[in-house]
Write a protein that binds this ligand. Sequence first.
Ligand SMILES: [Zn+2]
Length: 312
Amino acid sequence: MSDRKKPPVVGRFAPTPSARLHLGNLMCALLAWLSAKSRGGEILLRVEDLDAARCPYMGENTKYMLDDLAWLGLEFDGEVLYQSKRSDIYRSYFEQLEERGLIYPCYCSRAELHATTAPHLSDNTPIYDRRCLLRAERGEMPPEGRRPAWRVKVPDGEISVFDGLQGEYRENLLRDCSDFVVRRADGVFAYQLAVVVDDALSGVTEVVRGNDLLFSTPRQIYLQKTLGLATPNYYHIPLLTDAAGRRLSKRDGDGCMESVRAKYKNAAPVLGALAAALGLLPKPEAVTLPDLLSLFAWEKLPRDAIKLPEGF
Ligand SMILES: [Zn+2]
């Protein structure tokens, strides 16, 4: 690493292969790629397959994903990272939190959590009432025969995200989220921990991803600060919709790469449609990735909804 010139930007695309990619994922990959490459940076690919045991199709979906990205012409720097192979790394950071007394076991079932805690303001995660922490402080024994999840204690204070597209987003972690899970009861390390560790160890300086993840960013910034890891720049992208502003329906296969590739012989018109949706082209026309590199600028992007062109 030391003898290599440090790139000005290191971006990443980090999909979860729980299904075949759809146009919304591809838009995200394209933006992350354009943002890094238009400034002479690098772009990494990470497969977020932590749930491989629970989702048996992840291996197959990953093959399709790599093929779909190649079809679009997106090339990535360095080796592809697989989260499923990195448990030992996550464990070492988990143990740091443990040694510092920042985590505690939570024996609550999903049903218990949803029955008695308030929903998270933004993303439907229940706001935890710390009952397992309070029980332990009272010296009560944990229930027998149940494996705990592990939660990290959060402070009563605001955390701000400065997002390149969405502006400032603030959350009081204790009030708006409360202590969150860093390791699940089945032993799998939680997304929040894995993503923070991976981005930092890969030297990622810029995170481009869907707007639905804006609400978990304060949790990730808290983990970064606590573990002494750098905070990247963030761009959270609005949802991709059809021309009428309707969410692309997974059930109807709208925007699924299988149907997109059945309809279009090559990627040029697909890139053109995405570029028009992103405000990089006045109307959809066949384009190449090098064309888009010179057209790309974050300032051109719509801030609310990104709509595919009529008839696409
Ligand atoms: Zn609990």
